[in-house]
Write a protein of this length. Structure first.
Lengths: 176, 218
């Protein structure tokens, strides 16, 4: 079994559990944000993937981070993956889960980076705008990224639409 | 025939002699003895003494002269008859041989001169050829020197041009690097200013602007 098959298997399992719990959308969104947090933090990623740390200890770290802040199913699923020794694959599993969930809705994932959180209304209008631009129904996933400075960077598949302040500054730099 | 009176131990005797060329001596003795008495021995001795004279080695006796001449003439004629042709033949052979030798020598001399001329011509040709080779080598050396000089000048010019180009490139690169650094510093400063001053409200305006532009297909 290849690593891709393993990752897809885990993602499929997590979707099934979340759907069974009736909290797929919430769990999917929380897993997505947690996955981005783990990917962006070397310290957290190292703590969750260090084989020298007992699995129970790593699971307690997850419970500390997500307990009371996320849906219990989310915390349980993350704890399960960490306990199974697949914490290193957690970001990939979550990406696969999000993609599968979106495809089940006949949508594609639109990764939207912004310096400040979007309101629900902005998310809905953002999805409509990106659907108009790409011709595909999108599932907006918001990532808080301070490097954007301001504005939005949206990626749908291989298409990137950059409306960030960072990009404008870079363009200005290229002109100098 | 003449007689010669010889004194031998004081005795006078008469010896008959063959005719000789010294007839004056005989005449002298006869004349001297005419006037002497037969018993005048001293006188006779004196006459003999006076009339005795050594034979002239240069002037032989007449009969001798005549007979000698005749004999000489006979011998000479015989020699001329027999010897002259032989001598002539020998002389002719000798002269022919000499002439032949001279001709051979002349021919050898001619051949030697011909060979000498040929060698001289070859020597002249060799000298001319050596001179030509030297001239040709000199021309080649000059040509090579000029080529080397031209090549050195071209290399020097190329090096100088390349050095100038490298300097220009380095200068341009330094200017570009400086511009890049200045731009990076300026953008960095601008970014920090924007980050400091960009609030949620400003960001909301940016998000709304993005949604509007993307939705409109811009």
């Amino acid at each position: 079994m290849t690593s891709t098959d393993r990752i897809d298997g885990y993602a499929s399992a997590l979707i099934s559990i979340a759907r069974a719990e009736g909290s797929l959308d919430t769990v999917e969104d929380e897993l997505f944000r947690f996955g981005r947090t783990v990917a962006g933090s070397d310290e957290l990623r190292s703590a969750l993937t260090d084989e020298a740390i007992p699995a129970s200890r790593r699971q307690s770290i997850v419970e500390t981070l997500l307990g009371g802040k996320a849906h219990p199913t989310t915390a349980n699923l993350v704890s399960f993956v960490v306990g199974a020794g697949r914490a290193r694959d957690l970001p990939a599993i979550i990406d696969s889960l999000v993609t599968m969930a979106a495809s089940q809705k006949n949508k594609v994932v639109a990764e939207v980076r912004t310096a400040y959180p979007l309101t629900d209304d902005q998310k809905v209008r953002m999805a409509a705008a990106l659907a108009n631009a790409t011709g595909k129904q999108v599932e907006v996933k918001v990532i808080i990224d301070s490097s954007v400075l301001g504005g939005v960077v949206a990626q749908v598949g291989d298409t990137v639409i950059d409306g960030s302040v960072r990009r404008r500054l870079d363009q200005l730099k290229s002109l100098l | 025939m003449h007689a010669l009176v010889v004194l031998h131990n004081g005795a006078v005797s008469t010896v008959h002699l063959a005719p000789r060329s010294g007839s004056e001596e005989v005449d002298c003795i006869e004349n001297g003895l005419k006037n002497l008495k037969p018993e005048d021995t001293a006188g006779k001795k004196q006459v003999l003494t006076d009339c005795a004279k050594a034979p002239n080695p240069l002037v032989p006796a007449t009969n001798e002269l005549i007979w000698g001449s005749i004999g000489f003439i006979v011998v000479a004629l015989f020699v001329m008859w027999k010897g002259y042709p032989a001598i002539k033949k020998t002389m002719q052979a000798r002269s022919d041989k000499i002439r032949g030798d001279i001709e051979i020598a002349e021919a050898s001399k001619t051949e030697a001169q011909s060979v000498l001329s040929m060698y001289q011509a070859q020597l002249a040709d060799a000298k001319a050829e050596s001179g030509r080779i030297i001239d040709e080598a000199r021309l080649q050396a000059d040509s090579l020197r000029k080529d080397l000089q031209a090549r050195a000048e071209a290399d020097m010019l190329e090096l100088r041009t390349k050095a100038m180009a490298d300097m220009e490139t380095a200068k341009n690169r330094a200017v570009a690097d400086l511009q890049s650094q200045v731009a990076a510093l300026a953008i960095g400063a601008a970014g920090r200013i924007v980050e400091k001053n960009l609030d949620a409200e400003s960001n909301t305006r940016l998000v709304e602007s993005f949604i509007a532009s993307v939705g409109a297909g811009k």
